[in-house]
Design a protein around this ligand. Structure first.
Ligand SMILES: C[S@@+](CC[C@H](N)C(=O)[O-])C[C@H]1O[C@@H](n2cnc3c(N)ncnc32)[C@H](O)[C@@H]1O
Length: 217
């Protein structure tokens, strides 16, 4: 199955597990490919909207994965099953991912969280590390003119600086070309904002501070 760069990166981050929980499974591509590649013995594929849920069920049937992938119409991660150790939340914004994690019943038994978001990455890193996870891998993927960040969190503690939360502790060390391209896009965006009239002094200061911070990375 040929998948997008983003979905391939997500799959590359899934270590073989007993049960994979795929929240917001939609087209089912990750769930199906995770089974095809032997990354999970069983997948619980969750959707909270009827349209995507029906599409998911159809994809599972078409790929003859009925025995291995269970499609569940549910809002988030409501299972109490302590055997679920790996959870994927991909393709939705940070606010939604955080509200799913806040409502999760079995968060205590989850050992690995793989989250793909393109909004409020600082808030995501701060929240997930505050509930007892540390960042073990992260990668930026550029697709459809959007920078997605896929972050792998594992149970554990680590100390992070403000810069780690904002830019990603591993991304900052690796400084791969997409990290630099993302910073460059943000730098241009700030410069455009700074040309606009009627910006408050506080806003101008905060944007200039951000430019200064980026120039030191
Ligand atoms: C943009 S799709 C992403 C699909 C796939 N995970 C991917 O990364 O390509 C997001 C999906 O998450 C589903 N979703 C959003 N909030 C959800 C929630 N609280 N519980 C379950 N599914 C949710 C949406 O219905 C939608 O189908």
């Amino acid at each position: 199955m040929t998948l997008s760069k983003r979905l391939e990166t997500i799959l590359s981050f899934i270590a073989p597990c007993e049960i994979l929980l795929d929240v917001g499974a939609d087209h089912g591509l990750v769930s199906i490919e995770a089974m095809n590649r032997g990354l999970a013995k069983k997948v619980l594929a969750i959707e909270n909207k009827l349209g995507p849920f029906l599409r998911l069920k159809e994809a599972i049937e078409k790929n003859q994965k009925n025995d291995a992938i269970e499609a569940i119409l549910s809002d988030g991660l409501k299972s109490n099953d302590q055997r679920i150790k790996t959870c994927l939340i991909a393709g939705m914004g940070t606010k939604n991912a955080i509200s799913i994690l806040k409502a999760a019943k079995n968060i205590a038994s989850i050992e690995t969280l793989i989250i793909d978001s393109h909004t409020n990455l600082e808030e995501l890193r701060r929240f997930v590390t505050a509930i007892g996870f540390k960042i073990v891998d992260e990668k930026i993927v550029y697709e459809d003119k959007i920078f997605y960040e896929i972050i792998v969190f594992k149970k554990g503690n680590a100390h992070y600086s403000d810069l780690d939360f904002i830019y990603g502790p591993l991304e900052m060390k690796r400084k791969d070309p997409l990290f630099k391209a993302k910073l460059e896009e943000r730098r241009k965006e700030i410069e455009t904002i700074l040309t606009k009239p009627y910006l408050s002094l506080a806003r101008i200061k905060s944007l200039n501070d951000e430019l200064e911070r980026m120039s030191q990375l």
